[in-house]
Design a protein around this ligand. Structure first.
Ligand SMILES: Cc1cc2nc3c(=O)[nH]c(=O)nc-3n(C[C@H](O)[C@H](O)[C@H](O)COP(=O)(O)OP(=O)(O)OC[C@H]3O[C@@H](n4cnc5c(N)ncnc54)[C@H](O)[C@@H]3O)c2cc1C
Length: 500
């Protein structure tokens, strides 16, 4: 296994491994390892455990909360674990068996292009950033635009191979090991049992990527999904595939006002039963996109991007229904882009992708003058009946301050990303205060402080808002059993003071 040793060697030759898309960076790393198999990882973890060296797990480095950014000690990059072993059929379900470092776009291409069945299959979790690696998406329980229909990554994980920090390897299949009355027994390869208490906090009903999954009689596999590398290294996975719908169209409809766009969504989500995606762009997103996308309307600055399945028999009914809903909300098919040709669909997805990309570029420029600022990005979701209350709350606080901000994203799951792009240090401080305030509001409405990005190193305080000190201690009690030396992903999910 290739291991780069020495802080200076790593900083000078491998600095890209010291950052993720949060742009956090510490750089105090003495070892950078590139394992090629389970044995490499197991041995490296045993070595690190014996010397109490903290180990951070790095995969696609597209995370936005600093999870893969090492504070100190060692970093293991899983990029060489990039094999797709093949497809198997279990109980009439096709599953792809692969390593953790496979790039998501390679998984998409493989599952759609391999011929293993007479019909086309696909992996449905379309995380916007397709350079993420599958192990990263499982560790953060990532979602995509189509999660409106297909749910988050968790729903598609059928088996995991994980390596604990003492080097023990566990093969975990879904539906095999369950907790009983909040107690879970985990059998190690040598026959010893580790017993953990499942936390008793109540998870929100929304989609959620904050903290450990916890339910009275939960499946063991769900503990590792979304645990952000704090419990084990995931090395292999089995992910379920499903039949690819034959026909899908992507549409981007433009509206005059936020109210029209929301009302269109509220009706469409009820009436358009074939829909698979609902995304929202506000006028702040338009402001960012206008210099990049030719021909965006000048007067209609709110949009809903949606995708729907159709067949030859249903297309006429579906399009006339859409037209009716658009007209009711002061828009028309003429104010709509898209279609079902691959290039039309890709164009719309490209526009969607450009929103976070442009935010990141804008903040990167501002950072040149104010290095300590970063974007303030809320990943909040609330129950459907609280959606408008949450949006009104954001706006009531943001509008008077005249900050540059945008609210966009997964409206289908009541999960809009509120992003503030501070102009200077003063705005940054105020924006951080607002984020905490928004997190409190979301939790009071029964929502989550992170629906898909996770907690990482930058959202600890919001997790505490959600589950309280007690909830965090319950999670740490699990970590202490599975990672007794507390070496894995230090600084992620839990603040340092809790681990002392
Ligand atoms: C432009 C853009 C768009 C994005 N869109 C989305 C989106 O639509 N939906 C969404 O959910 N996220 C999105 N993200 C965030 C990011 O892509 C996801 O969080 C993704 O799941 C991270 O995968 P990764 O391989 O890059 O993980 P990394 O960033 O390398 O790691 C993420 C976390 O997982 C841990 N980890 C990684 N691999 C393993 C492993 N094998 N075992 C144990 N722990 C591990 C790391 O230590 C870290 O804590 C977006 C990011 C960007 C920049």
């Amino acid at each position: 296994m290739k291991i780069i040793e020495g802080k200076q060697n790593i900083i000078s030759g491998y600095s890209s491994y010291l950052q993720d898309e949060s742009k956090l960076s510490y750089g105090n790393v003495e070892y950078l390892a590139f394992p090629e198999n389970d044995k490499d990882i197991s041995e490296f973890l045993k070595f690190a455990s014996s010397k109490n060296i903290p180990v951070t797990i790095s995969n696609g480095k597209t995370g936005v909360v600093g999870g893969a950014v090492p504070l100190k000690g060692a970093l293991i990059s899983l990029e060489k674990l990039n094999k797709i072993f093949g497809i198997k059929n279990v109980d009439n379900e096709y599953r792809v068996h692969l390593q953790s470092g496979v790039v998501l776009s390679d998984l998409f291409a493989y599952s759609e292009n391999e011929s293993f069945a007479s019909e086309k299959y696909f992996y449905p979790v379309d995380v916007t950033e397709t350079t993420a690696h599958v192990g990263g998406t499982v560790s953060t329980n990532a979602s995509g635009e189509r999660s409106f229909k297909y749910g988050p990554t968790r729903n598609w994980v059928r088996a995991l191979k994980v390596i604990l920090s003492d080097g023990n390897i566990l093969n975990i299949e879904r539906n095999k090991i369950f907790a009983k009355n909040y107690i879970m027994d985990i059998k190690l390869p040598n026959g010893n049992i580790k017993t953990i208490d499942i936390p008793k906090y109540k998870m929100p009903s929304t989609k959620n990527a904050a903290g450990y999954y916890a339910k009275e009689n939960m499946d063991l596999i769900d503990l590792f999904i979304g645990s952000e590398g704090t419990l084990a290294v995931i090395t292999e996975l089995e992910l379920a595939l499903i039949k690819k719908p034959k026909n899908v169209m992507s549409l981007l409809s433009f509206f005059n006002t936020e109210k029209d766009a929301f009302n269109f969504f509220f009706s469409a989500v009820k009436e358009l039963k074939t829909a698979v995606v609902f995304e929202y762009f506000d006028n702040g997103a338009f402001e960012l996109l206008t210099p990049k996308i030719a021909g965006l309307p000048k007067d209609r600055k709110f949009a809903i991007f949606f995708e729907t399945e159709f067949t030859d028999n249903t297309i006429n009914d579906i399009t006339s229904n859409i037209e009716k809903l658009l007209n009711k909300n002061n828009s028309t098919m003429d104010d709509t882009w898209g279609g079902f040709a691959k290039k039309d669909m890709e164009k719309i997805r490209e526009i969607r992708y450009k929103i976070p990309e442009t935010i990141n570029e804008t903040i990167a420029k501002r950072k040149q003058k104010y290095p300590d600022i970063h974007k303030i990005s809320a990943d909040i979701a609330v129950p459907p009946d609280k959606f408008t209350e949450m949006i009104s709350y954001y706006k009531s606080k943001l509008e008077p301050l005249k900050f540059q901000y945008t609210i966009f994203g997964h409206i289908g799951e009541n999960h809009l990303h509120m992003n503030i792009i501070p102009n200077d240090h003063e705005e940054f401080i105020k924006a951080k205060e607002l984020h905490l305030d928004f997190a409190k509001k979301a939790v009071s409405l029964g929502g989550t402080v992170s629906a898909e990005h996770g907690i990482g190193k930058i959202k600890h305080q919001y997790l505490e808002v959600m589950y309280g000190k007690n909830g965090i201690q319950e999670m740490i009690a699990i970590k202490k059993i599975l990672d007794p030396k507390l070496i894995l992903n230090r600084g992620d999910v839990f603040p340092e003071e809790y681990l002392k």
